[in-house]
Design a protein around this ligand. Sequence first.
Ligand code: MG
Length: 373
Amino acid sequence: MKIESIEPYVAHNWTFVRVTTDTGLVGVGESTFFGFPEATAAVIRTFADALRGEDPMRTEYHFLSLYRAYSMRGMAIGGALSAIDQALWDIKGKHFEVPVYDLLGGRVRDKVRAMLVLPYGTLEEVVAEAVAAVEEGYTALKVLLFEPGHHLMRHAEKIADMVARIAAIRKAVGDEIDLGIELHRNMAPGDSVAAIREFEPFRPMFVEDPIPPDSVLSFGAIAAKTRVPMAAGERNTTIWEFREYIENGVAHIRPDVGIAGGITHTKKICALAEAHHLGVIPHAVPSGPVATAAQVQLGMAVPNWEVQEHRRQDQEPWTLAVQHIVPVVNGFFEPVDAPGLGIELKVDALGGIPPAPPAGPTAVREDGAVAFR
Ligand SMILES: [Mg+2]
């Protein structure tokens, strides 16, 4: 079997790839470098020239060969490698007529626990969303605890408001529900340490990304001063970068199959965490439907995959891109028992998908200075 063509497709803020082989098998993948989808598409076009005529089964070889070919790094390249790798695994699964998870060691669980990411809102709105999600069957919720308005608040007011919110949510859902706290890269180190200590009584499953993702060492300094499990890694693309988080106090790594090297490389990143008894809580918002399906395949086969985040799928234009989505039933992703990733890209419909809204204005503080993010 040989690769015949590799074509990128940009729709919404997604970059999809479709890989076609000389046997007629077609695989699909998705980059989650959502900030600059056209950049990923450009890298995919360059990689396509190198892969044409190659054996699609050689995923490990192709990853390293392309990764090292240009001695450049970053998320556009990680996104392209990831999309292509997912597509090659899709082809592998279709070739052997098994789901991808069967080729990754087989099922280690029956379904993948889902964690609904609650939208921003007033305290009352967020509590109502949390209660509704629990009534739907979710057992894990992620709270975007640092709201945009917090940038305009001063230290004490901001922390008091965040504590009031997490206290109200915990009281409303009870102790049976796991809560993740997302600080979304919005705080300074000392600011975040002070806040996280006050979150402790509400037993968060994790606190994610307190500071901008610019320095692993700064993250490590925070982790050393806090007593809740810390999560990070959604902007990282390689096992070598994740090694630094693992050596600097992370409790749950957050690889994204759409930038961290696809199924081939993310599986290895998860194994590195497993060697330290650390968990995987993958980054999966705002992924599209193909990357989400790829994550679920990994989740079925990776022992330390804990819980997979997502937003309400009916609020995304997902079904315009694929013939179906991986359903969430009673708080769990139910994997589709179909060959490959179990998903087909509707290329002809992609043009009808509205573009994603542009990034909002950069957050500022009350004095007009650019805030952390
Ligand atoms: Mg995050």
